[in-house]
Design a protein around this ligand. Structure first.
Ligand SMILES: NC(=O)c1ccc[n+]([C@@H]2O[C@H](COP(=O)([O-])OP(=O)(O)OC[C@H]3O[C@@H](n4cnc5c(N)ncnc54)[C@H](OP(=O)(O)O)[C@@H]3O)[C@@H](O)[C@H]2O)c1
Length: 308
């Protein structure tokens, strides 16, 4: 009898886990033939799995990466796993405004379409500075993608209906933005949280500005994912986190699912500017839904990257 109960309990656990996993999967089978997708940081982690998933659906996939060797290796892997030869890389360092401007110019010259822009690249909680003296998290995660998206907006509008998907994190809720010190670089985790909150405001303001212009925007929390982000930390921290990640974090393939969902699903359009997690819209804290702050951040960002 005891054995029977154990087997039944194990079966129940298995079914619950399977259901939970399925709930996190994008079940939309839409293909993307003829569409062009650009993914920043597509050489590793969630970005690479997103690239494979969208290449499998027939899209032309361009990964925007800072390291040529890693990018070439990733392109070979994405092609091999998707059997799609329409995969390429272009170089950009999101910690360098000149590099982003050069990238924007080259992209607009070379590419006739941009249907889906995925602002995926990200720096975790590190205290460092970009080449333009912005704090690394704010500079790469928010300002780099802000400038990149702004430069590519003409192509997104021409390719409408098009989408901009920006990776954020549920840890946005632990901080608020300080407009007196947007370049805050004191406690590593807080710099990360602020940059991820900026990603949410950026998405809301972009959606508002593009209303009626055929470009929609979504912010995605991918879940807590076993990716390469620990490579920026000490060996001891990495060892501890490997154990934690193994026990509690999801795979990069699972982490990519909500991004894929926002890239392909027709349902998301009614939540333009929204925040998504586990392949569905998710609630935001009230302070993160303030259109006044979103607009203020947009204007401040324009000044910081010298677009205004
Ligand atoms: N992993 C999680 O648990 C988690 C949770 C919530 C949100 N997120 C978000 O999900 C996104 C993807 O994260 P991940 O976990 O896949 O991280 P990851 O494995 O560390 O990959 C990050 C990617 O960003 C690229 N990158 C970093 N700095 C760059 C720069 N200056 N210029 C160009 N590319 C740069 C990296 O390139 P290199 O390979 O050259 O370093 C890499 O391709 C991030 O925005 C992150 O904040 C992750």
């Amino acid at each position: 009898m005891y054995l029977l109960y154990t087997i039944l309990a194990a079966l129940l656990c298995f079914l619950v886990l399977k259901w939970l996993k399925r709930r996190r999967y994008c079940m939309d089978v839409k293909r993307l033939d003829g569409k062009t997708v650009l993914i920043t940081g597509g050489n590793a982690g969630i970005g690479k799995e997103t690239a494979v998933a969208l290449a499998l659906r027939g899209a032309r996939v361009i990964i925007a990466c800072r390291d040529e060797e890693k990018a070439k290796k990733a392109v070979r892997e994405i092609k091999a796993r998707s059997h799609n030869m329409n995969v390429l890389y272009m170089e950009v360092d999101l910690a360098n405004m000149k590099s982003i401007r050069d990238f924007g110019k080259t992209f607009l010259q070379r590419e006739k379409r941009l249907d889906i822009l995925i602002n995926n690249a990200g720096m975790p909680s590190v205290l460092d500075w970009t080449d333009d003296n912005f704090s690394m998290c704010f500079g790469v995660n928010h300002l780099g993608h802000f400038l990149l998206t702004s430069l590519l907006l003409p192509r997104l509008k021409e390719s409408s209906p098009s989408r901009v998907i920006t990776l954020t994190c549920s840890s946005y809720k632990y901080q608020k933005l300080d407009f007196q010190d947007l370049n805050y670089n004191l406690f590593p985790f807080f710099t990360y949280c602020r940059s991820k909150l900026a990603n949410i405001y950026f998405t809301q303001e972009l959606a508002r500005m593009m209303e009626g212009k055929g470009v929609t925007a979504y912010a995605v929390h991918p879940g807590y994912v076993q990716s390469n982000w620990t490579c920026h930390f000490s060996v001891l921290y990495r060892i501890v986190m490997q154990v934690v990640m193994f026990m509690f974090f999801v795979s990069c393939e699972t982490g990519a699912q909500t991004v894929v969902y926002c890239a392909v699903s027709d349902e998301v359009v009614q939540h333009n500017g929204g925040y998504f997690s586990d392949c569905r819209p998710a609630p935001l804290r009230t302070f993160a839904r303030d259109p006044g702050v979103a607009k203020k951040l947009w204007e401040a960002s324009e000044r910081l990257v010298k677009l205004a």
